[in-house]
Design a binder for this molecule. Structure first.
Ligand SMILES: [Mn+2]
Length: 227
């Protein structure tokens, strides 16, 4: 078992490795961090991200798209992820490339930080209100990707931000993480509230799903692998 991007795990004896797994479950401090750094450059965007799964919720986000910064700071906070993310994109054309590519890079960071996905709870769900809005996120971080996008937003924009881009962001994130993601809303009027409730629900669901399950050894799958 090559677990969670641990540089030393190849060298340690099995007994020692079991102790390490117990330690990882009990206290994150004694295990190597589940973390990733990703850089991606195209002709449209240049993005750098550093993600730590077992963080304290610190977000330092500068994408050039203020509403996306607001959502990702909320995501980091409510998922207890430490996330630094910087993007320089072709915003003079449109926000589309930047928002979608930030989703790609964030997804790749999760994929890398999760390693072979052994030990994780895999499933997570949360329902979050924001005033009149009520949104739910259900995830299976299984390696398979699927997005069921059920946010129905009538308004075309939130400030300058095009609301359709939330769908593009979520699709990129689900694909690159290797995650089955269902987003639904049961109520909502204000588009800012709807999207923010969805991001918070996503954060809480992903926090659960990426958490280490102490009763588990290996991957939570009858196939024996999620890699
Ligand atoms: Mn807000």
């Amino acid at each position: 078992m090559e677990s969670r991007s641990r540089p030393h795990s190849r060298a340690v004896a099995p007994a020692r490795r079991e102790q390490e797994n117990e330690a990882a479950a009990g206290s994150a401090a004694s295990a190597p961090p589940r973390a990733a750094r990703i850089e991606r450059r195209t002709r449209e965007t240049a993005i750098e991200a550093a993600l730590r799964l077992d963080g304290s919720g610190q977000g330092e986000i500068a994408t050039g798209v203020p509403f996306l910064d607001h959502m990702l700071e909320s995501f980091a906070r409510h998922g207890f992820f430490d996330l630094r993310l910087k993007a320089a994109g072709d915003l003079h054309i449109d926000d589309h490339h930047t928002v979608e590519d930030v989703g790609i890079v964030l997804g790749r960071a999760f994929r890398e930080a999760l390693g072979d996905r052994s030990g994780i709870r895999r499933f997570g769900h949360a329902v979050v209100p924001l005033d009149e809005a009520l949104c739910a996120a259900v995830v299976d971080i299984s390696g398979r990707c699927y997005l069921a996008y059920g946010l129905e937003i009538r308004e075309e924009r939130i400030g300058n931000f095009q609301t359709v881009l939330v769908h593009d962001f979520m699709k990129a994130l689900a694909d690159e993480t290797g995650m089955n993601l269902h987003l639904t809303m049961t109520a909502g009027r204000n588009p800012h509230h709807i999207v923010e409730a969805a991001f918070k629900a996503l954060a809480r669901a992903m926090d659960q799903a990426t958490a280490i399950e102490p009763r588990l050894s290996g991957a939570l799958s009858t196939k024996g692998t999620l890699a």
